[in-house]
Design a binder for this molecule. Structure first.
Ligand code: UTP
Length: 297
C-alpha cells in the first residue's frame, strides 16, 4: 500500500526484548525485564499500546531464552477468561492484550550480541518496508504518544527518524548521541552524525537517542556487514550513522515524558508519576508521597 505522498506507511514494529536485563537481577532471572509492571501493566504493554496508537499493525518481538511470558501476555488465557466469565467478572481489563491473529510474530536472537544484531534478526519479517523500533524499557508517556508524533513527522519528511531528548552533559557517555544540523520545525532537527557512548568531552551534543526509531529497510543490509562497536556489541547507532548522507535523517523531540525503566531509579520515578496521574490512584499516591517527603530531612 502506497500513501498519496508516495511513502510506504509504517505498518510494522520491531520490539527487541532479548536483552538479559542484568541491572534488575535477581528480579529478571526468571521474568523478562519487559514484563515488570509499572502499576498494573507490564512495560511491553505500554510500548504495544503506543505502537497501536500510531497505526502500527504488525508486532515483531525479537526474543531470547526465558522470554516466553511476553508472548503469552498477548495470547488468549482460556482458563482465566472462562473462570472470570463464570464468576460474572468483566473481561475488558484484558482488552489491551488482544492481538489480531497473525499480527504478532516472534524471532529468536540466540545470543544477545547487541541491539543492532537483535534488529538484524528481524530482517526477513521486516522485508522491504520502513519500520518502527521500540525499546520497551524506555517508557514514553504523552498525548499524542511518541511514535504517533514520529509517524506524523515521517509523513512530512520521510527517510529515517529517531526520537531524542536533552540530558545533562555529564550523562552523555551512557547513550547514543546525535550531532544536530538544521532545525526543520519546532520538534524536528536534521541529524548530521551519531555516536554511541561518546566520552563527555568528545560528544557532539547533549541530545541522546531515546528508544524510538523509524528506519528504512536498508539498515538491515548495513547491519549485515557490521563489526562490533562500543561495549563489544553490534550497535544500531553505528549502522544508522553509516546511513546518514545517503538518506534523510531527522530527530524528533518528544513533547511528553520519558522514563528510563531499564534503571531502578527511572522505574521508581515512572511508578510514582504514573500513580499520581491516574484517577483511580492519585489520591492515595499524593498522600503516600507527602508522608514519605515529610520523613526526608
Ligand atoms: P539494554 O542495553 O537495556 O540491555 O538493551 P538489557 O540486557 O536489556 O539490560 P541490562 O543493561 O543488562 O540491565 C536495550 C534494549 O535492547 C534489547 C534489550 O532487550 C532492550 O530492549 N537487546 C539488547 C536485545 O534485544 N538484544 C541484545 O543483544 C541487546
Amino acid at each position: 500500500m502506497i500513501e498519496i505522498t508516495g511513502r510506504k506507511p509504517i505498518r510494522k514494529a520491531v520490539f527487541p526484548v532479548a536483552g538479559l536485563g542484568t541491572r534488575f537481577l535477581p528480579a529478571t532471572k526468571a521474568i523478562p525485564k519487559e514484563m515488570l509492571p509499572i502499576i498494573d501493566r507490564p512495560l511491553i504493554q505500554y510500548a504495544v499500546d503506543e505502537a497501536r496508537e500510531a497505526g502500527i499493525e504488525q508486532l515483531i518481538f525479537v526474543t531470547g531464552r526465558g522470554k516466553v511470558s511476553i508472548v503469552e501476555h498477548f495470547d488468549t488465557a482460556f482458563e482465566l477468561e472462562a473462570t472470570m466469565t463464570g464468576r460474572g467478572k468483566q473481561l475488558d481489563v484484558l482488552d489491551a492484550t488482544r492481538i489480531q491473529p497473525g499480527n504478532l510474530v516472534t524471532v529468536r536472537q540466540q545470543v544477545p550480541l547487541g541491539l543492532g544484531h537483535a534488529i538484524w534478526c528481524a530482517r526477513a519479517i521486516v522485508g522491504d518496508e520502513p519500520f518502527a523500533i521500540f525499546l520497551p524499557d524506555e517508557l514514553m508517556i504523552g498525548s499524542p504518544g511518541c511514535m504517533k508524533q514520529m509517524v506524523e513527522a515521517y509523513n512530512q519528511v520521510g527517510g529515517n527518524l529517531i526520537s531524542v531528548l536533552e540530558v545533562p552533559h555529564n550523562q552523555v557517555s551512557s547513550y547514543g548521541v546525535i550531532k544536530p544540523g538544521a532545525r526543520v520545525a519546532e520538534d524536528l532537527t536534521e541529524v548530521l552524525g551519531l555516536v554511541e557512548k561518546p566520552k563527555e568531552d568528545e560528544a557532539p551534543s547533549n541530545l541522546i537517542i531515546s528508544g524510538r526509531y523509524i528506519l528504512q529497510p536498508e539498515v538491515m543490509r548495513t547491519l549485515e556487514n557490521q563489526g562490533k562497536g562500543a561495549g563489544g556489541e553490534i550497535q544500531l547507532t553505528d549502522a544508522m550513522a553509516r546511513m546518514i548522507g545517503g538518506q534523510p535523517f531527522h530527530a524528533v523531540t518528544f513533547a511528553g515524558r520519558r522514563y528510563d525503566c531499564g534503571s531502578k531509579a527511572g522505574f521508581v520515578e515512572a511508578t510514582l508519576e504514573l500513580a499520581l496521574a491516574r484517577e483511580d490512584m492519585a489520591k492515595d499516591a499524593r498522600a503516600l508521597i507527602r508522608r514519605l517527603a515529610a520523613q526526608i530531612d
